[in-house]
Design a protein around this ligand. Sequence first.
Ligand SMILES: [Zn+2]
Length: 498
Amino acid sequence: MIWTMLKIVLFLAAVAGLTLGAEALLDQQAGLRLAFAETEFTLGPVQMALAAMALLAGLWLLMKLAGLTVATLRFINGDETALSRHFERNRRARGLEALTDGYLALAAGEGEKALTKARKAEKLLNDQPLTTLLVAQSAQAKGNSALAEEYYKRLLEDERSRFVGVQGLLAQQIEAGNPTKARKLAETALSLRPGHGATQDRLLLLQNKAGDWQGARRTLLEAARSGRLPKPVYQRRDAVLTLQQAEAEAALGHTATAQDLAIEANRLSPELIPAAARAAAALVAQGKAAAAAKLVKRAWKAQPHPELAQAYAAIAPDEAPAARLARFEPLLAQAPGPEAQMTRAELLIAAEDFPGARRAMGDLHQSHPTQRAMTIMAAIDRGEGSADTVVRGWLARALIAPRGEQWVCGNCHHEHARWHALCHQCGAFDTLAWTTPPDSSGPSATGTEMLPLIVGVLPPAMPEDSPVVEAEPLDTPPEPDRPAAEVIDLDKTRRLGL
Ligand SMILES: [Zn+2]
């Protein structure tokens, strides 16, 4: 308010001053006489004032012209000016437009168009990580892997885009089927961002496939540290990896290391069957039989398994059949069921108590008709001196019976003869469970269900050493020709480690 008042006062004072000055000039008779050669100019006071103003205007124009000349020279020289700034802004706008179009084309799966736009954006927007990434991704989408690689490598130069560059190269190597290079790149990527979940999973997968169990354990620990795995899941997976590591060390002949790792795997996951079996063997080798028995009992209670019975038998390899039977009794009693029944029957057969073995089996051949149950029944009948036709009948039933529990992948249902951390079929990690395969029972395509009846009523005059399959009139699955007694003995010795 005061300022406004002051301005009005100043304006009035200036107008008054000018009026007074003009009046004073008009009153004065004095003038300016200018002489150019022969010509003489006489300027009055007002003309003098006008001439002064014209002179000032001329000077101002001259200075402006000089400024413009300097600006033009600088523009030609390449310096930034308003004009160059205008062009730069225009260029940038076109660059951003090309970049947007490029990313949209990439998202739409149009590799060719994306690459064209990316190249344009790259020219207009200098060498920015964004355009470099777009060129790399577009080249990859188009299938030009050499160009993609070149641009992913450029991303490595800038600290901000290094991780993305490594990820791009990693994806390329996985796609090209180079697991060794891919694993190294994944390790580099994880060293740049240790908590990156997708990279952890990717590296773990590559390490598992390569059998780098020690590296896989480190990666798993990283995943657990970044809070991605609940503790029980981490422990179970670590146990699985430790067990694989133990097996790998054992294969290399590093017995002591393998033993320590097996015991560690069992400590991490006491119910992991193969770990318990291997740990028990390790403890027996170290002279700790009681500890071995304890851990086998614990695992058996969770899930009875032939491998555990074998490990338990190996605790006292030279004991008499009766003593073994007595030692097994507390183990078998803690988890009654088909596995306990069949193990008990096998032990009784070894002790030549065939009626006892029959009682132990009960009606298992009907309620749980597996190859193993049929084979045990054949052994019992043979031991009791039954007719050969009866024994052969059991063995023929065994041929077409379901195989019973197996290591089955929960992901693809593939069956495995031995446990492994990875499914041999689908490569999934820790999916193998000891269970009955979904498709191992039911009528067979070749109609061999009648076989036991046919084989079971064979004339007793048949020669003693005649192979079983020769008597089969129907198509049957190929099976090695073996006399019945050999089948039984092999089976028994394999399972109980006798
Ligand atoms: Zn599988």
